[in-house]
Structure formats: C-alpha cells, structure tokens
Design a binder for this molecule. Sequence first.
Ligand SMILES: Nc1ncnc2c1ncn2[C@@H]1O[C@H](COP(=O)(O)OP(=O)(O)OP(=O)(O)O)[C@@H](O)[C@H]1O
Length: 410
Amino acid sequence: MNNKHWAIFTNNASKKNNFIASLLNGKVSSGFNELRNKKGSLFSKSVLEDYMRKEEQHGRKIITNTAQNLKTMSSGERQKALLAHVLENKPDYLILDNPFDNLDIDTQIELKRKLQNMRHEISLVQLISRKSDLLPFVNTFFKLEINDLVTVEKVSITKRLQEKKMFRNKIPPPLKPFDFGEKVLIELKNINVSYSERPILKNINWKIQKGDFWELRGKNGSGKTTILSMITGENPKGYGQELYIFGQKKGSGESVWDIKRRIGYFTPAMTDKFTGYHSVQNMVISGLTDSLGLYIRPTESQLRVAKDWLLLLGLWHLKDKLYHDLTIGQRRLIMCARAMIKHPVLLILDEPTAGLDDESAELFVALVNKFASESETAIVFVSHRQEPNLNPDFIYELKMGNEGSTGSVH
Ligand SMILES: Nc1ncnc2c1ncn2[C@@H]1O[C@H](COP(=O)(O)OP(=O)(O)OP(=O)(O)O)[C@@H](O)[C@H]1O
C-alpha cells in the first residue's frame, strides 16, 4: 500500500499546537481527508516534557521499563524511548514535530531509516522548520501560515540571507569592564565521570581561555551536558577532581554565586517556557541584573545599552511589546541578547537553534559569530546541527567508547 505522507513547513509564527490539536481531535482540514476517523499519535518535545513531569510527580517510570528515568537520560535516549512508546499504541498516523532536533547525525540517519521502513504501514505528518530535515518519501506539502494551511510545491532550500542585511551596528560594549583577569577560565584535567558504574567521561582534558569560541560536539549520550554541568559547577562529580572554574579548584570553597554571575547561559527551554509578563526592553535589561524579567526600575545607562542592543537586532520598534507576544525567533534573539548584554566571562549556548526555522537560525548564528569576534567573552556552542555558518575557533569533540567518552580538539 502506498500511504500518503505530509510535510508541513512551519516558521516561527506558525500556530503548530492549534493544528496538532485539531488533527488529533478529528477536526481534519481539507487536504488531510485520508486521516479522517483514524487514530493518530504525536511525537514531539512537549509530549516528552509532559511524560518527564508526570514521572517526577508520580515518582515512577511511565513510558519505559528501564532502571533510568527520563530526566537523567540524554536527549537522544529520550527521543528513542518516546518513539518506541508512541508506536506501541499502533497508531494509523504519526505526527512528528521536528523529530530530528537534538539528535546527532548518526541517530538522525537511523531515525530516518526507521521512518522510511514504516512508511507502508503508517502515514506520517512531518512538521518541519529546517528544510534539510525533509523526509525523502513525503509526497504532499503544505505551509502553516499562522493558522492557515497553504498548499506548496516542494519547497526549494531557502535562499541565504544577505550578510549586509544582518546586524549592521557594532556589539554594544559592556557597562562594566570585564571582571576576570586571568587567561585560563576553565580547566578540566583528566576528568572522569561514571553513573552507577557506567563510565561516561574518560580522562577529559579541556582548557577554555579568555575570548575562545568553542563548538562542543559529540553524539547523543556522549556526555556534553555532563561536561557543561561540570563547567557551571553544578555537577557534584567534579569534587575531588582536577576541575578549575575561574581559577578555583572545585570543592575549595568557591562560591556558586561567583561562578554563576560570570556565566551567561542560554538554552531554548528557558526561552520558550518563560511565563512572566515583561516588556521586550525589560527582558534585555534583566541580563544586567541577573534576573529573568526586570523587577526594579532601570537606570539611564541600562536603558541606553538596551536600546543599542535592540537597534542592533532591528527590534527597537518592539521595545514596549510584551516578550510573550513575540515570535519564537524574536524571543530567542532577545534572550540571547539578554545573556550577552553584560559581556559575561563565559557564554554557554546549549542547542540554541533547536526548533528555529532556517532564517531565524541563520540570524541567530550570525549574532553569535559577531559577538565572538567583537567581544572578549569566551563562547561554548553546543549543537548537533553543525550550523553551516558557525565560525568557532576550535571544536572540542567527544568520542564514545566502552570506557567512557574521550575528547579531542580540532
Ligand atoms: N544523573 C544521571 N544518572 C544516570 N545516568 C546519567 C545521569 N546523567 C546523565 N546520565 C547518562 O550519562 C550519559 C551522558 O549524558 P549527557 O546528557 O551528558 O549526554 P549528551 O552528550 O548531552 O547527550 P544529548 O546530545 O543526547 O543531550 C547518558 O547516557 C545519560 O543517560
């Protein structure tokens, strides 16, 4: 049987959730008649997050019968667990919301192969924001313009944005000078980590110096998040090891506050989930006060530097709008500016382009490149996407092995 399969191209303004809910509730739009009265399942990040919340609330595993809970699994391990779970219910069709986000290249290939193999048994509806993710056997194409489905011909790979259209101004300088004098910011010497006797990291040696721009690569489960939690001082496995964070050995009485105030951290979950009601301008300024959202009256100089950032991003006209009312792409840029505004000693960007459409991802990467070249901040950028325009100075790559992942510098 030749099933019909759909790709729905979304951008950051598309109301994906409305579409998904209607389809699953049997309100089938024209163009999807084959799915009428059929049983559908959803494979998405928000479904995974729901299960994670439920596991925590009920204190037991819900979709797996392994010893490990979803929360401590790597993103790739979670995605695999969810796919197995949604297929157990034997749906007639499966909605896949950006299924390749957060997956390493090999796991993406494996998932593509799996979906290809089941294309005769099950119909697939792929919601897709990066055109390079398109499943090759999909035969029907739509675009979701806010709430409206528009038929499209197979969309060609997007045109590149004109460099000159991006960010003409310089990165606004910090209000206060850089506050760490030494060259070496972070040093991991022969770091080993294992969980329940399972080795994860083996003899990791990594030095991050002032102004370095690093990309951190590695397959799902190779230990990238574990390394980041070492750098931010949050992982207790760092005790007793040769881990130096801003000059201080882990466990030598260092202040968590001192570490945190020197690090700008950006991850999409924190952007997309933020629920307070703050103006765009205040969200940017809150990066100077180490709060998420502004709870004090801003000073003149804070207002001035926020204006420069918003002008740089081309979002000055939105300064009084609620952060909530922006598109996802705009929110990510604002949160990235929020993390950069004080020129932290170290900026960590954890899968920052996941879920963005091609154009927004390109804009985001251009902002990071510009910040790297015009500031003294060191940057660690973690991504599976291998963003084509990212310009890191070095790549730190984790390679998985039986005794844990080892690292190398390129
Ligand atoms: N608290 C924990 N208890 C048990 N196992 C853990 C814990 N934290 C992490 N792990 C395991 O350590 C391994 C490395 O996880 P980590 O999240 O660091 O990988 P990652 O490289 O960030 O993966 P991904 O790219 O999929 O996010 C995984 O196999 C994970 O299941």
